[in-house]
Design a protein around this ligand. Structure first.
Ligand SMILES: [Zn+2]
Length: 326
């Protein structure tokens, strides 16, 4: 059997209007909870504040767990843990994002760290995604619309996908599909268009960004892989996290990854840079030394972790030195 996951049912409403009668298990993070707790009145019988994304830490949450429905309040860290618990406990899951920081609110997999890389396991798609644009507007600027990194990554991801096709390096399961590639390009265009408004925290822009993320996720669900949206820019992010530590948000790592890979691919980086800047993605969080070191070891990293083929696999010292002329 091949199963194709849906995206969550999406409701736009104030968090304060949520009425819940079932016993709630609350999965959140400290900062996110502080930001929205006054808007919520949930019959919580169990709760946890997630601090890391490892399968072991999620397993640890199973002991003592209680509740009939799981609420994930926060960003990617909270929802990935909540999706794991929902799958293990076979319970419904309601996701309340406090920032549009990633696409994880819409997906059926949880990203976890293992051996210095990010892996995904099939868990469970949230049943309901509740979007309160007042909450999103109030989120910290640098993460509020950082989910755009998961649609701008189409620029570099689809390049890798097509290039791998030309080199005969796509597996049968991830073969290049021209019309999907064009659809991905159109989602990329939609992200460029909404970036200025989303970056300001306006409903219109954030709504379009959410639509772009939902289209990207549903498209990947249908084809069964993420090649149109995930490539060398994500590999860079996964690798550089080992040097930078776990504290940095996804956008701080993927954003610079998109720019550097697009440049190496010979693409015009100006529209990407503008969209990232419009969405206030911090592009200077990674020190030059860590940046260089990551690029130089990236080909080895990619083969070690058996990542699908991209430009990151083939980087040469010469190319890298060309990026940073002294
Ligand atoms: Zn991502």
């Amino acid at each position: 059997m091949t199963k194709i996951w849906p995206i969550p049912s999406i409701e736009e409403r104030p968090f304060s209007s949520i009425k819940e009668t079932r016993r709630v298990a609350l999965v959140t993070t400290t900062a996110a909870w502080e930001a929205v707790k006054d808007r919520l009145d949930l019959p919580t019988v169990w709760g946890t504040e997630v601090i890391e994304a490892t399968v072991n830490s999620w397993k640890g949450l199973l002991e003592g767990f209680e509740g009939e429905v799981i609420y994930a309040v926060g960003g990617g860290l909270a929802v990935d843990a909540a999706k794991y618990l929902a799958a293990e406990k076979n319970l419904p899951l309601v996701s309340l994002p406090t920032a549009l920081s990633v696409d994880a609110f819409l997906t059926w997999a949880s990203g976890y760290r293992e051996d210095g890389c990010v892996r995904y396991i099939e868990t469970q798609c949230p049943d309901r995604l509740i979007v309160d644009y007042d909450v999103l507007r109030a989120a910290p600027e640098s993460i509020r619309s950082a989910g755009i990194c998961d649609t701008l990554s189409i620029a570099t991801g689809r390049w890798d996908w097509k290039d791998a096709d030309a080199k005969g390096m796509n597996s049968p399961a991830t073969k290049y599909i021209p019309y999907i590639d064009q659809m991905a390009e159109s989602i990329l265009q939609g992200s460029y268009d909404c970036a200025p408004s989303a970056g300001k925290g306006e409903r219109e822009g954030l709504k379009q960004l959410l639509d772009c993320l939902a289209l990207e996720v549903q498209m990947c669900n249908l084809i069964g892989h993420s090649r149109p949206e995930e490539g060398s820019e994500h590999y860079f992010a996964y690798s550089v996290e080992n040097t930078m530590g776990k504290g940095l948000p996804h956008g701080d790592l993927v954003g610079p990854g998109i720019l550097v890979m697009a440049e190496l691919q010979g693409q015009d980086t100006a529209p990407l840079r503008k969209a990232l800047e419009d969405c206030r993605i911090p592009l200077e969080s990674i020190p030059r030394e860590a940046f260089l070191q990551t690029l130089k070891t990236l080909p080895e990293y990619c083969s070690k972790h058996q990542l699908p083929h991209g430009i990151a696999h083939d980087l040469t010292e010469h190319q890298i030195d060309g990026l940073f002329p002294d």
